[in-house]
Design a protein around this ligand. Sequence first.
Ligand SMILES: [Cu+2]
Length: 88
Amino acid sequence: MTPIRVPADTRVTFKVTSADVVHGFSIAETNINTMVIPGQVAEVTAVFDETGTYGLVCHEYCGAAHHTMGGSVEVVPKDQYEPQEVSN
Ligand SMILES: [Cu+2]
């Protein structure tokens, strides 16, 4: 899964949806999480105070490949951030 890169000290919005079954979108070490439901777009917002790499996990058992789901969110200094669109 392509890392999601976001700027520190900035309000960011994650828009997530599913192409197959219900998943969960959780960012480790934070209280950010939402259900990821086919046919719906869920939005969660956050401000990361510290730079670094945070684990991204699916918190819903979504099938036999559930254990392969995972990724990361890289929080970079605001002046080093370049916008990206990620579709995993
Ligand atoms: Cu999943």
